[in-house]
Design a protein around this ligand. Structure first.
Ligand SMILES: O=C(O)CCC(=O)C(=O)O
Ligand SMILES: [Fe+2]
Length: 370
């Protein structure tokens, strides 16, 4: 429950879903209520593995937050945009290029000339919020009273969503259930990374829409292990099907949309591939709306080397796809720093008639899809 001492928060109005009939991806729904016993986990692990071999995205339901708790988090998620002064937004702008961290604001149009996305990434670990250099003001003033609630939200997502999903993925690889969980300490020493992203996308001019063919955020894979997205109703997220067609992700109230990223692909020797996804202009009946996103980006602890878990009996059976030699595998820290500072900034080489652009980061090929 919110404490009585926190300032009132404007209620973020949740938009009605689109009435348009879009080509939606038929994603599996993982019911975490079944994850309480070994039998249920085995069933869910098989479902997750099948989802990973098809779309690479799935929903999670029954994660333990009520719709009211989720709505409260969307109210808080909007504070960095609606309640922070322009001066503070400037002060807390992320130093992506300089230090390879997204923490703070990413202004609109940082990545691509017509990028309409304004985002705020807050760190969540207790050590960061409370212990570390308390003299350093790490969040805008308007956000600070809500840090305890934000941390509770991070804990919920880490322990009630991320960990159960990591257990299912470990079971799918024939590994001990906690092997992947143990690589993702909530309070591990190190810079284990800023985890909560909220973003606000704004409608754009017709001119900008035409120039970018309605693509707001180019096709990409996420660079961590798991991305948790709290489902919201403004349709814009699309995933690239294995048949090369883009499909929309449908909103399900109080569900989570989960996908794996590069770090999981590297650890699983290509068994759990990161699926390419992008953000496009919403359908006509939602084009006047801003779109608030709430995410939890999980990464392993910084020191973890992103080499295939070759002792997995499943990988021994199906074979390992390597994107670089094991001895050259980057650590999580090297990978996230390189991806963060390069993202949308480095010169890309056009391939496949311009549909794909490529760059090499830490010896690993990374593709961007138009
Ligand atoms: O806004 C969305 O739905 C997805 C954004 C995204 O893919 C990302 O931030 O990596
Ligand atoms: Fe993404």
């Amino acid at each position: 429950m919110p404490s009585l001492t926190v300032p009132p928060v404007p209620h973020y109005p949740i938009a009605p879903p689109t009435k348009e009939h879009l080509a939606y991806a038929d994603l599996s729904v993982i019911d975490l209520a079944k994850a309480g016993d070994a039998e249920g986990r085995a069933e869910l692990a098989a479902q997750v593995c099948a989802a990973m071999q098809t779309h690479g995205f799935f929903y999670v339901i029954n994660h333990g937050y009520t719709p009211e708790q989720t709505a409260r988090m969307f109210d808080i998620a909007d504070i960095p945009f609606s309640c922070v002064t322009p001066e503070d937004k400037h002060i807390y702008t992320a130093k992506m290029k300089e230090v390879g961290s997204y923490q703070g604001y990413k202004p609109r149009q940082y990545w691509f000339v017509f990028d309409p996305i304004f985002s705020y990434l807050g760190f969540t670990r207790t050590a960061n919020i409370v212990n570390r250099d308390v003299t350093k003001r790490q969040h805008p003033e308007a956000v600070r009273p809500f840090l305890p609630e934000i941390e509770a939200f991070a804990r919920h997502t880490h322990f009630n969503v991320l960990q159960p999903v990591l257990r299912l993925l470990a079971i799918g690889l024939g590994l001990p259930e906690d092997e992947l969980v143990d690589l993702h300490g909530f309070s591990s020493v190190g810079e284990t990374y800023d985890r909560i992203l909220t973003l606000n996308s704004y409608p754009r001019s017709q001119d900008d829409e035409a120039k970018t063919k309605n693509v707001w955020l180019k096709g990409h894979t996420d660079f961590g292990t798991i991305t948790v997205l709290y489902s919201q109703p403004v349709a814009a997220l699309q995933i690239l099907g294995r048949d090369g067609k883009w499909l929309w992700v449908k909103h399900i109230e109080n569900a989570l949309v989960i996908n794996t990223g590069d770090a999981m692909e590297l650890l699983s020797g290509g068994y759990y591939k990161g699926t390419i996804h992008r953000v496009v202009q919403p359908p006509v009946d939602q084009q006047h709306l801003t779109r608030l996103g709430l995410f939890y980006f999980a990464m392993t602890d910084d020191a973890v080397k992103l080499a295939p878990l070759a002792h997995s009996p499943v990988l021994q059976q199906v074979g390992i796809e390597r994107r670089c030699a094991d001895e050259n595998a980057p650590t999580m820290e090297a990978w996230r720093r390189a991806r963060t500072s390069a993202y949308g900034q480095s010169e890309l080489k056009a391939k496949e008639g311009g549909a794909v652009e490529e760059e090499v980061i830490n010896g690993v090929l990374v593709k961007h899809y138009n």
